[in-house]
Design a protein around this ligand. Structure first.
Ligand SMILES: [Zn+2]
Ligand SMILES: [Zn+2]
Length: 245
């Protein structure tokens, strides 16, 4: 199972999980042309797309996806935001439920953003179990048996304070940030609370342009977990195949 990272920040988020026979899109924040290129124009491999929430950087291209015949699973709020509720290829989903798309099994989690937002536990025979968590201040549940983790590491408190001090970031932006995105210490706390014994990859996603430090975040999470850790960058492809133990 390959993970193609097409975008992972406030400009646009999109990831494609691709096995030999099928592909699942996570987030609709980049143009379909980029998705098509990622699967080398084998659009028939795409079994569907899952979208966490209505913000443009995650759902901006959802109408384009359904127009391309891709089944999109998302909260009704996402379809309403783009005036496409009830349209063909839209499927409304809710938190704490299981869905099947091709051979991907998806369980939805409720997370804490400033609009309704989902987290996903995605399972596939070729990949094992992947936790996908973005745009949330925290995660309340522990998830057993994980093989891969994609988790937001948006900002660090000390970098935010530095940026406010220097005038690089308006102080008025602080409350929204603190109530909608994940701080690196929270990312680390969630990782520390979960059983990582079967985890092969930890991928930090949705890093803030100005309020994060990619090298430092990767190093800190690597030191904490002892696992291979990556910071998601557009254009990156990682292997998420299940490793036999
Ligand atoms: Zn976002
Ligand atoms: Zn958001």
């Amino acid at each position: 199972m390959k993970l193609h990272i097409l975008g992972s920040n406030s400009l646009g988020n999109c990831y494609v999980l691709e096995s030999d026979t099928e592909a699942l899109i996570i987030e609709a924040g980049v143009r379909m042309a980029n998705v098509k290129k990622a699967v080398r124009w084998q659009l028939n491999k795409v079994v569907g797309a899952i979208v966490t929430h209505s913000h443009r950087d995650h759902s901006g291209h959802v109408a384009e996806m359904i127009a391309s015949g891709v089944l999109v699973l998302a909260l009704e709020d996402v379809f309403k935001t783009h005036n496409i509720e009830g349209k063909p290829f839209t499927k409304s989903i809710v938190p704490n439920k299981g869905y099947k798309v091709g051979n991907f099994r998806i369980f939805t989690l409720n997370v804490k953003h400033d609009v309704p937002c989902l987290g996903f536990i995605i399972s596939h025979p070729a990949m094992g179990k992947l936790l996908f968590i973005t745009d949330t201040i925290t995660l309340d549940v522990r998830v057993p048996g994980l093989n891969h983790i994609m988790i937001e590491a948006n900002y660090a408190d000390d970098i935010v304070e530095e940026n406010i001090g220097s005038g690089a970031m308006p102080e008025a932006m602080r409350p929204r940030l603190l109530n909608s995105h994940m701080e690196i210490e929270q990312t680390k706390a969630i990782l520390a609370e979960n059983d990582l014994s079967q985890v092969d990859n930890i991928i930090l996603i949705h890093l803030s342009d100005g309020n994060s430090n990619e090298d430092r975040f990767v190093r800190e999470v690597r030191e904490l977990t002892g696992k291979p850790v990556y910071a998601a960058d557009a254009g990156m492809t990682l292997d998420l195949s299940i490793q036999p133990y």
